[in-house]
Design a protein around this ligand. Structure first.
Ligand SMILES: *Cc1c(COP(=O)(O)O)cnc(C)c1O
Length: 364
């Protein structure tokens, strides 16, 4: 079976985990500190704050920016639910803006149409490993005095004009969940260049306590700390990121070359900087000889694990319909959700695997 994702655990990960086990100190400590230093180096940011999930990172970011009841936050409906739920956790209102079909990312024009005097922030999602159109989005944010929270959970290592993912928002969020480009099972990292936002995130992950003055509670906080056990896996993964990314990009090129010109398939476009291919996502249109779901079934019979990210945009789920959204609200997201198909592109996919995938699609 050629799986859609595969966590890669090497000797370095084992060695660092064993160091933690031998030390007897498993909670946040030296390894978390080292992970944060590695992320500052990786992203060239002043601060990085490790937390125990990408969702915790997004929640902390919204808290730090001061999003609360009465505020509106604009985001994309074509994303994982964890982008949107933290807006509700902070008691604010979700405002969706539709996407650009060629990148799957939020459309700057559609953002502009949704800005009101209550808008406080935009959560941009660098979906599938490609950065959003930050030239345009930053202008909109600046003119309207909005903060940007970059959901870079799928885009660690992506860059645009020498700037790395983790720098395109006032604050940025990464996930280290098992299927992400680098991972530690469960985990997350926040990056920012803003000292005050960083300190707020550090308190929020630690029950509202400052690390300098324990047992003084300044505000509400959660237990969003990462453990040293998890951090040690992530430290080893950061060191391997460049190699992982090169392999993903090589696999993407091979898939692109193999599938180019097949009638009815739309291949992913690299529009904004370097794409790190968390997913290689094609669109299966009416002109293809099978429906998208028939193609998935066909690939299954050839032991190829293709998957749909995401089968339904957020606004069409009961959870969001209860907030007043309905089918028809975001037509581009709806169209794309019915067509997308992600093919295996992770570093362990071989040239032979790619040939097999390409042949299976050609013979569909
Ligand atoms: C994975 C992911 C998250 C959530 O991260 P967790 O670590 O699973 O909490 C949020 N947003 C996007 C776009 C993701 O892909």
């Amino acid at each position: 079976m050629i799986n859609i994702a595969k966590p890669l655990i090497g000797s370095k990960e084992r060695e660092l985990v064993n160091q933690v086990l031998d030390s007897g100190m498993l909670a946040a400590g030296q390894k978390v500190k080292r992970l944060e230093e590695e992320f500052c180096r990786l992203c060239s940011t002043r601060h990085s704050i490790a937390v125990n999930s990408g969702t915790a990172a997004l929640h902390s970011a919204l808290y730090a920016i001061g999003v609360g009841p009465g505020d509106e936050v604009i985001t994309t409906p074509f994303t994982f639910v964890a982008t949107a739920n933290p807006i509700l956790m902070q008691g604010a209102k979700i405002v969706f803006a539709d996407i650009d079909e060629s990148t799957f990312n939020i459309s700057p024009q559609k953002i502009l149409e949704k800005v009101t005097d209550k808008t406080k922030a935009i959560i941009t999602v660098d979906l599938f490993g490609q950065l959003c159109d930050y030239d345009e989005i930053s202008k909109i944010a600046e003119r309207n005095n909005l903060k940007i929270i970059e959901d870079a959970c799928q885009a660690v290592g992506a860059s645009y004009k020498d700037r790395k993912a983790g720098n395109f928002g006032n604050i940025s969020c990464f996930s280290l969940y098992a299927t992400k480009n680098i991972m530690c099972g469960e985990g997350g990292v926040i990056t920012t260049n803003d000292d005050e936002l960083a300190e707020k995130c550090r308190r929020f992950r630690h029950h509202g306590q400052s690390e300098a003055t324990r047992y003084q509670y300044y505000d509400i906080g959660y237990n969003y700390r990462l453990s040293d056990l998890h951090a040690s896996i992530a430290v080893a993964q950061v060191e391997r990121l460049e190699g992982f990314t090169e392999k993903r990009q090589r696999n993407a090129r091979r898939l692109h070359d193999g599938l180019f010109g097949i009638k009815g398939l739309v291949l992913p476009e690299e529009k904004i900087g370097s794409h790190v291919y968390h997913q290689f996502t094609i669109r299966v249109t009416k002109d293809f000889q099978l429906t998208r779901d028939e193609l998935i079934a066909h690939l299954r019979t050839h032991d190829i694990g293709a998957a749909v990210f995401y089968p339904k945009p957020l606004h069409m789920h009961p959870h969001f319909e209860r907030l007043g959204f309905k089918q028809g609200d975001f037509p581009v997201s709806e169209m794309v959700a019915s067509q997308v198909l992600s093919l295996p592109v992770h570093p362990e996919v071989t040239e032979k695997d790619i040939s097999k995938i390409v042949e299976a699609i050609k013979n569909a």
